[in-house]
Design a protein around this ligand. Structure first.
Ligand code: CAA
Length: 389
């Protein structure tokens, strides 16, 4: 039987970060609230030389061979940080990466959920056309505002995935359960550059959606928690996933619960250091699990819970391929995180408020950014991007 899934994955983030202990001191909070209560240690800070387009292009740049660039059939970019009300991020990515002219390109939006829709669309397309490959990128910049309770849950980055009939990392099983309901837990009106959120309510809705789709999943498939070797969650902040996991752990025995908790710890290593990626967070958790869990083996089943405020939830499973490590660049990911530059709280605040955006200094800033692709400014209302390396 033909199987379709994820062949390769890569991750990009900015070269700047803020330490959450520094932020806690600046905001008059006990650092343990941020480090343990929220579960975040560092947060990506975005310079004016990066946006959803460059983050997406930087993630996908490392992913594709020359031949794949020429042949890719669809370019799907999931984001809630788009740079234009009309033109899709996917078209900028197509040009920057010199991707196939005879490809479809589209941007998807539904809060943090749309990366999963993109992945399912890619899976379905390749199932019908097994000789084709689809590029799916989830890219975002999570912004709540200075001195808000959401500030500690900001972050940024992109995850790029190549979906094909050669699922070197994992097969995407055809077992999704999903649900949708009109809920105002988190939203961003079109004239806002920061999200509005009913924080506690959003966390409760997340847990309720997880419990409901997980129950439907079990009812439909006959599988239970014991059939899963790891549960991977959308991580708006890493404690959120832990809460959802703890809600269902009583469904299994103690030894298995301990092993699911250990897998969860592996899955949150990167998110703790980068923060919320919105659409990309679930897929960064998957990357983190694959890179940091030493117990994983081919054939194991991984549960994936996707959540997007507003709200939509989906639960599906992956079956891990024995070759999964070959689809990753673990050293590259560690290097990317370790080589970032730490910012002071005042320097972060200046960048956050966009002091340099659109100014002559923006060009200078882009020269200091080591990323492959940078935004150098806006001319005649048109964004200017440059390949540096
Ligand atoms: N040591 C250890 N823990 C401490 C502590 C200390 N000194 N002080 C406090 N804590 C704990 C608290 O007990 C609490 O833990 P529990 O939730 O397990 O009880 C935790 O730290 C957080 O404390 P508060 O609830 O008081 O935090 P807060 O009111 O400042 O806000 C938040 C937390 C609501 C998550 C806020 O950061 C927020 O609004 N974030 C953005 C919204 C969000 O991420 N929602 C998630 C679901 S929506 C979604 O998933 C989509 C998306 O990506 C946005």
């Amino acid at each position: 039987m033909m199987t379709v899934g994820i062949e390769k994955m890569r991750f990009a983030t900015s070269n700047l970060y803020l330490d959450m202990t520094d932020l806690a001191h600046a905001r008059g909070e006990d650092p343990n609230k941020y480090l343990l209560g929220i579960g975040q240690t560092e947060q990506a800070v975005v310079p004016p030389s990066q946006d959803a387009v460059t983050l997406a292009a930087n993630a996908a740049e490392q992913l594709l061979t020359k031949q794949e660039r020429a042949e890719i059939a669809e370019i799907i970019v999931a984001t809630e940080s788009g740079v234009d009300h009309s033109k899709s991020v996917a078209i900028y990515v197509q040009r920057l990466l010199e991707l196939n002219r005879y490809a479809r390109a589209i941007e998807l939006k539904q809060a943090c959920y749309s990366g999963t829709f993109g992945l399912m669309q890619a899976r379905d397309y390749v199932s019908l056309h097994p000789d084709k490959k689809v590029l799916v990128i989830a890219t975002d910049i999570a912004r709540y505002g200075l001195n808000t309770s959401g500030e500690v849950t900001q972050g940024a980055g992109a995850v790029a995935m190549l979906v094909s009939a050669n699922p070197q990392i994992a097969v995407i099983n055809d077992d999704s359960q999903f649900m949708t309901a009109d809920i105002m837990d988190f939203w961003r009106p079109v004239d806002h550059d920061k999200a509005l959120v009913d924080g506690k309510y959003s966390a409760n809705v997340y847990r309720d959606f997880f419990k409901e789709v997980w129950q439907r999943y079990q009812d439909t498939t006959g599988l239970t928690l014991t059939d899963f070797d790891a549960m991977v969650f959308h991580l708006p902040f890493t404690k959120m996933g832990l809460k959802a996991l703890r809600d269902v752990l009583p469904e299994t025995d103690e030894a298995h619960a301990a092993s699911l908790l250990a897998a969860f710890e592996a899955s949150r290593v990167y998110s703790k250091r980068v923060g919320n990626l919105y659409t990309g967070s679930l897929y960064l958790s998957l990357l983190s699990l694959l890179a940091n869990d030493t117990q994983l083996r081919g054939g194991q089943r991984i549960g994936m819970f996707s959540y997007g405020s507003g709200a939509e939830g989906e639960f599906f499973s992956l079956t891990l391929a024995p070759t999964f490590k070959a689809g990753l660049d673990v050293l590259g990911m560690e290097k990317l995180l370790d080589q970032r530059q730490q910012l002071s709280v005042p320097a972060y605040e200046e960048l956050f408020e966009g002091a340099l955006w659109g100014s002559a200094d923006q060009k200078a800033q882009s020269k200091q950014d080591p990323a492959h692709f940078v935004l150098t400014g806006v001319q005649n209302q048109q964004r200017q991007y440059r390949r540096q390396t």
